[in-house]
Design a protein around this ligand. Structure first.
Ligand code: ZN
Length: 292
């Protein structure tokens, strides 16, 4: 399949053509091409990247993004053929409990935002990957569906019992919550996508967006140039590099404003937790056993 690049001549957030170049390296550069060769384990045909450059620009609005980026076919090839699906799945399968505690925390916050039962709360995981968060959401009782482009991940998630939709429904009662974890850094048109998602929100619904933290990236690029350690601007994949300010701007341009969910740590839960711990050790009739 022919790989082509698209040029993002205007800022995907504010549509301004005014930008400065933070870094520009030819895809033929040996440091960049050997990084890509190692990262994708030789699956990238480096010739196909041809004479284009890995160029990172900063718009006058402060948004940092890659220009050029792969076109739709190129993105399909990247996410279907180049990335290491086995390693990505294994990362999830061997994840530490911390990751699932984080998911559970997000789901508890979600439950507290609505004055209704989880099974009455419609949730869309946009870009669900292998579906681990959706499975947790399902286990917490939410009415959840997933959307994902990668056929390998869709098949896996379906086998795990996740309801997957192939496209956003044109006629639908909408969602109470749209959850997008590590998705918006990959999208060629993040604002258009967010505006589209907003059309699928129920009144009073909300969108959760989590992206890599691009703090310090611009300074690093200006002073030291590109380094493979700058994951927030990973070549080909992380084509949008957000800071808190530019993420707020993305929302603002789509007619959204950020809000703080209820605190997950509070004194009430501290004291009730302490009481529970004491009762568990001294009074209750549920025990863990092991051999003498
Ligand atoms: Zn801009």
């Amino acid at each position: 399949m022919q790989i082509r690049f698209l040029h993002r001549e205007i800022c995907p957030l504010c549509a301004s053509p005014k930008r400065s170049i933070l870094s520009e390296i030819s895809y033929r550069n040996s440091r960049l091409s050997s990084f890509l060769d190692t990262f994708y384990q030789g699956r990238v045909d480096l010739e196909t990247l041809g004479s284009e450059s890995y160029r990172i620009v900063a718009c006058v609005c402060g948004f940092i993004f890659q220009d050029p980026v792969l076109d739709d076919n190129g993105m399909l090839v990247l996410y279907r053929d180049w990335i290491d699906h086995d390693a990505s799945l294994k990362k999830k399968q061997t994840a530490k409990t911390k990751l699932f505690r984080q998911y559970a925390g997000q789901l508890h916050s979600l439950a507290r935002l609505f004055d209704k039962r989880p099974d009455q709360t419609r949730v869309l995981e946009y870009g669900m990957g292998w579906g681990y968060w959706s499975r947790m959401a399902q286990a917490h009782g939410f009415d959840v569906v997933g959307y994902e482009l990668s056929p390998q991940r869709v098949e896996y998630a379906r086998q795990m019992g996740i309801r997957v939709i192939d496209s956003l429904p044109s006629e639908s009662p909408g969602f109470d919550c749209i959850f997008a974890n590590q998705v918006f850094e990959h999208l060629p048109e993040p604002l258009q996508t967010l505006q589209e998602l907003c059309r699928h929100l129920r009144p009073g619904g909300f969108i959760y967006i989590r992206v890599p933290d691009g703090r310090g990236v611009a300074g690093h690029l200006r002073q030291k140039g590109w380094s493979p350690a700058l994951d927030a601007i990973h070549p080909l994949e992380h084509i949008n590099c957000f800071t808190r300010n530019t993420l707020i701007m993305l929302g603002d341009n789509a007619g959204l404003k950020p809000f703080n969910p209820p605190l997950r740590i509070n004194l009430d839960s501290f004291w009730s937790g302490l009481k529970r711990e004491l009762a568990d050790r001294l009074l209750t009739t549920h025990l863990f056993f092991k051999e003498c």
